[in-house]
Design a protein around this ligand. Sequence first.
Ligand SMILES: C[S@@+](CC[C@H](N)C(=O)[O-])C[C@H]1O[C@@H](n2cnc3c(N)ncnc32)[C@H](O)[C@@H]1O
Length: 241
Amino acid sequence: MCTIELLDSRKRKKRSDVSVHHKRKRRLLPFVPSSDPDCRLQQMQSLAHALTSLNLEFSDDLTYPPGMAPRSANQAVMEYGGMQVLSKEDFETLGKCRAMAKSGECPPLVIVYDSCLGYTVEADDLIKDLTLIAEYAGDVDYIKNREDDDGDSMMSLLLTTDPATSLVICPDRRANIARFVSGINNHKPESRKKQNVKCVRYNVDGEVRVLLVATRDIVKGEKLFYDYNGYENEYPTHNFI
Ligand SMILES: C[S@@+](CC[C@H](N)C(=O)[O-])C[C@H]1O[C@@H](n2cnc3c(N)ncnc32)[C@H](O)[C@@H]1O
């Protein structure tokens, strides 16, 4: 499980009786939208174009259509091994990001078509380390209903001990920018250097949510990459570049 923590390096009085590591949690930062409204419009247009070309509807939320898993199935306490809880401060950051996105102040990201990778996501301004970039959105379904699904964008949501209660996010009808972020090649050690985003699952008010977070500063024009196999080793990346 990914924990974003930093050893507190402030000097302390030396104690000889016991060794204590004081850990300070690092807070997520809200994304900073591009200041130029024309840039923001172009960013949104690039997403609209990519979604339309794949016949997808825009949604920034987890959705629970009839016939799939109900919202009541998304219970973080059912996660095998437990799940980290989003802190109060990070919860506020998530709320701030959602409010900004709703009012048209989108994250500074643009979708760029690449002849090898298909649609990709690039930073359109500097994105600082630990910035909350996006929440993974789409329809929520039981893993057992998707065992023969060859979709390339499914994301683990809840991993219990049973596929009948485990959940996946399926951005095959509704999606946001998160489904366009590229993946690293898990078989090439040098590919790890490209990784600039981490996908982290959190218990948010009792439900599991999946967040994409910057793992270092990302400069304008840099493509976003994360590890598609962060939780389960099921995504084939042998042919990834
Ligand atoms: C979640 S989708 C990402 C968006 C996708 N590029 C598109 O055009 O819709 C995952 C798919 O993108 C492509 N992809 C992602 N990262 C890649 C990489 N590093 N090299 C090659 N293809 C990649 C693969 O086709 C993969 O199955």
